[in-house]
Design a protein around this ligand. Structure first.
Ligand code: HEM
Length: 538
């Protein structure tokens, strides 16, 4: 009899815990559910993510149900500025396991992307963000050398000599952005040269990207993955080669770090802009400074890195190069696609006209650049170029997917007048550029690529007001992209170099459909191509 009562009580508790509480009592029950089962189980949103339909499905849910939508019993999506991204991201809600499980490296060594706790993260960000400030970038002799070498001596000749004038744009741009980013991080002489070595670059891209779908298990179902691993069945979910490729990438990053270290120790880094490892050098000197403070000058200082310091720096550098190259490569690929589509031919011509006003121009004679480069500031100030980049970042955000954060206790979310109060601690809350960038009140006809929406009637830049508040390609708040200035400068310089010298049309764009995920690279055609561009010298 007692057993029966205990059994009945357990059933009642379970019904309360898993049905009545989430569906009727929790403050989350006031938020409309994206799917009828969302309040009861995360199965629907997990299935949507697994099938690669999350961004489109969540956008449709917001269009139907408003700015707050419940995705699961413990997860909501927020698509507004006030009571939305301003509260969550500028308010400093912390990241959770979703990042720390997937983005740490070298056996769990954390970096800015993966750090969960705000204080640890801000201490690291303070050490490093000055090298990514716009003023530092525009004044950097190292970056000038990088642009000259990667854009003029590697990229333009590769385009000029492409067989039949046709090249695969996603592979080209990934190689160029990796070369720029590794050169800025480790020094031009120590970084990659994948632009000249197309096959090596294409293999790197393929190896890097092929691991991506398997992150699902680590980020969304870590407990299931752990259970499978304990049972010796981990490879059913994540094949062994994924770990092997990740280890190769980590090893390659350590080689770049060691080369940068050698340049620092030999004194070359200080003597020549081509050897100067800007980001590596900055973090290294801050790590050493910190060590000095920690030891309070009581112990003998050693300028060599300890193994722990070596891996701490390597994890951070890997994070930057990974966060930096693919995002910029994806953006450039979509920008090239839009500019080369027949209905955008007039925009390509107008852009070229604007680029040819640069003094000196970004010109090339045969396969060699003939003159010095225009200044980074002059390139940055071109209004149509700025509009083209902004519109590409809006419509084709490289990170369009949800950026999860964890609520603190007693959170209020929702736009003024429609707030939901008392949201408990530990709820996963996401916003996504994909949905924010498709608000038709702010961006009329949001599905169209229209650079003009970023210009005023006189052709000057008009990026303020509501557009600025809803533009979220680089996120916002304390965890906003640290490399956004480098990304924009690099993208603008690449565009200036190409469209000052070439006219482009589309040879084959069958692969240009976005992957619907956290990142949005082109899906690629069944034949394995992404965007084949025809480039003609002007
Ligand atoms: C078009 C190019 C880029 C886009 C669209 C982009 C976008 C973003 C976004 C949306 C985030 C926030 C992600 C999240 O919290 O889930 C982020 C973070 C980050 N990005 Fe970028 N990024 C770009 C280029 C770069 C570059 C060039 C670098 C460095 C070389 C870089 C380094 C980072 C780092 C280290 C973080 C983590 C920052 C932190 O947690 O404080 N990104 N980026």
């Amino acid at each position: 009899m007692l057993a029966l009562i205990a059994f009945g009580a357990a059933i009642l508790v379970a019904v309360y815990r898993y049905v009545i509480l989430p569906v009727f009592v929790s403050p989350l029950s006031k938020i409309p559910a994206a799917c009828p089962t969302s309040s009861l189980s995360p199965a629907w949103i997990l299935w949507t993510r697994w099938r690669g339909r999350e961004n489109a499905t969540v956008l449709a849910a917001h269009e139907r149900l408003g700015p707050l939508v419940r995705l699961g019993p413990n997860e909501i999506s927020v698509n507004c500025v006030n009571g939305g991204i301003r509260t969550v991201y500028t308010g400093g809600f912390e990241k959770g396991e979703w990042y720390s499980n997937a983005f740490s490296a070298y056996g769990g060594v954390h970096n800015m992307f993966s750090m969960e706790k705000r204080d640890v993260h801000s201490a690291r960000k303070r050490m490093i963000s000055n090298v990514y400030a716009k003023s530092s970038l525009q004044a950097s002799p190292a970056l000038r050398e990088i642009s000259e070498t990667v854009l003029c001596r590697r990229m333009l000749p590769r385009i000029a000599t492409a067989p039949g004038g046709i090249l695969e744009a996603y592979e080209l741009f990934s190689a160029v952005t990796l070369d720029v980013v590794t050169a800025y991080i480790f020094g031009l002489e120590q970084g990659s040269n994948f632009t000249d070595h197309a096959e090596v670059g294409a293999k790197w891209l393929h190896d890097y990207k092929s691991r991506q779908p398997y992150l699902f298990w680590i980020q969304e179902m870590p407990n299931v993955f752990q259970l499978f691993s304990k049972l010796g069945l981990g490879q059913w979910l994540i094949p062994e080669w994924v770990g092997e490729k990740s280890a190769d990438i980590e090893e390659q990053c350590l080689e770049w770090c060691d080369a940068a270290e050698a340049a620092v120790v030999s004194g070359k880094a200080a003597e020549s802009a081509r050897h100067h490892p800007t980001v590596y050098g900055q973090l290294r000197s801050m790590v050493k400074k910190q060590e000095k403070l920690d030891k309070m000058d009581t112990e003998k200082q050693n300028d060599r890195l300890t193994q722990k310091q070596r891996l701490d720096i390597a994890s951070e550098m890997l994070d930057h190069l990974a966060a930096g190259f693919d995002t910029s490569g994806i953006t450039l690929t979509y920008l090239a696609w839009e500019l080369s589509r027949p209905h955008n031919a007039a925009i390509q011509s107008a852009l070229r006209e604007e680029l040819l006003t640069l003094n000196p121009p970004f010109s090339m004679t045969e396969v060699e650049p003939s003159t010095p480069l225009p200044s980074a500031k002059d390139i940055d100030d071109l209004p149509l170029l700025h509009a083209v980049v902004m519109e590409t970042l809006r419509l084709h955000a490289a990170i369009p997917g949800g950026q999860p954060r964890i609520t603190p206790a007693n959170t209020t979310l929702g736009p003024p007048g429609a707030e939901v109060h008392g949201i408990p601690a530990g709820v996963r809350v996401v916003s996504a550029a994909h949905s924010l960038h498709r608000n038709s009140e702010v961006f009329p006809e949001p599905g169209l690529w229209r650079p003009k929406r970023w210009l005023d009637n006189e052709g000057g830049v008009d990026c303020g007001g509501e557009k600025a508040r809803w533009f979220w390609a680089f996120g916002s708040g304390g965890r906003m992209c640290v490399g956004s200035n480098l990304a924009v400068l690099e993208i603008k310089s690449t565009v200036a170099a190409i469209w000052s010298n070439f006219e482009t049309t589309i040879e084959d764009d069958a692969g240009m459909e976005h992957v619907d995920g956290y990142l949005a690279e082109p899906r690629g055609s069944p034949q394995g191509s992404f965007l084949r561009l025809r480039c003609e010298k002007i």
